[in-house]
Write a protein that binds this ligand. Sequence first.
Ligand code: C2E
Ligand code: CA
Ligand code: CA
Length: 394
Amino acid sequence: MNMPVEAGNNLVVIDDEPLICEFIADVAGSYGFEVRTCCGLGALAEVLDDFEPSLVLLDLNMPGHDGVEVLRFFASEHHDSSVMLMSGEGGRVLEAALRFGQEIGLNMLGFLEKPLELERLESVLYRNWRGHGLISEDELRLALDQGEFLALFQPRAHREADGSWRVRDVEALIRWQHPRFGLLTPDHFIPLAEELPMIGEMTDRMLEQSVEQIQGWQRTHGMDLGVSINLARTQLNDSGLPDRLLAIAQRRDVDANRITLEVTERGTMRDTAAAVEILTRCRLKQFNLAMDDFGTGFSSLTHLAQLPFNELKIDKSFVSGLETRSSDRVIVRSCIALAHSLGLAVCAEGVESAATFQLLDRMGCDTMQGYWISPPVRAAEIPNLAGNFRYQRL
Ligand code: C2E
Ligand code: CA
Ligand code: CA
């Protein structure tokens, strides 16, 4: 299936060597990028007049300019662009320029060493492609057959009866171990996979890996952890799903009540009747159900009340601004009250600081997930992380 190439994959190459510009333009063009090249700052301003780049490849060493001036220009005019530096010099100058770019608010991707290696360049282009069109159905199929999809696990902290916090379960998050481009996050392939029948198989594999791991953690460390997996929004009309998931859990002798299925509001809205039926059947089989990304969809209240959820996950877009935005505090407080009044547990996602954790603890949140506790990690790291995390309000 060929998806339409979405607008917005616009690349600007800034390098004083025309041959380099040409080389990058050729490669990126073959990937489907719209490319503009410039050999100096004067030409750049003109190019950017009617071209909004999503990605910038910038040579740091150009005669007459240092790349830092260019960075400042981007920060003021085109702050949505991601910037990759290029340089033959490496070392301290590059590091300093990267830090400077970050400090002025640019999304700095790192640097490419010169002479450019095709594979490194392709990897940058691949990773920074936005939307559909770069990955084909055949590639995904092959990757699934080769077993290239794997689960990382992110620990979740729960409030205990005595008010302390412990890790009791994890969320499984899919990654693609791509043979050329390294570990890819789901935004590169899940939007396409969700439109294809193979999403069912992907979810099954994630559950298989998850139950295998929770059994492993129990066997090797005596840890009784639960796991959440994400269902695609397109799976809520797959009537075979509840039985398939249960069979996978039973094959590994894992009780369904240790497994939570996360669905988004957008998923439940597609075909509400089908979603009600399938989620109810999952619940009857003792799976837990969580509504993911709460607050980002529509008509959430109806669905929340209609569907047999156990848990509500507040979207990280409200959690990250908790310390600074009073409007987000109001929203989060209302979500917590709403969930509790419906008898649901509340999880806050995207907890990135101790201050946010403390705030949510005081607000009465039940579960927290985020980089401050731990980023998603390989299965082998979970026992240590889970065993060592402790938090107690002073
Ligand atoms: P999600 O289910 O909302 O998962 C949480 C995302 O937030 C994860 O991104 C996680 O790495 C990230 N995250 C965790 N803590 C923090 C934090 O403190 N700050 C910030 N900014 N982000 C944090 P990831 O792994 O890239 O997954 C993105 C989305 O892809 C997921 O969002 C989920 O919707 C989807 N996804 C992941 N795994 C699967 C899967 O197996 N199947 C399906 N259908 N979708 C999946
Ligand atoms: Ca999730
Ligand atoms: Ca989420």
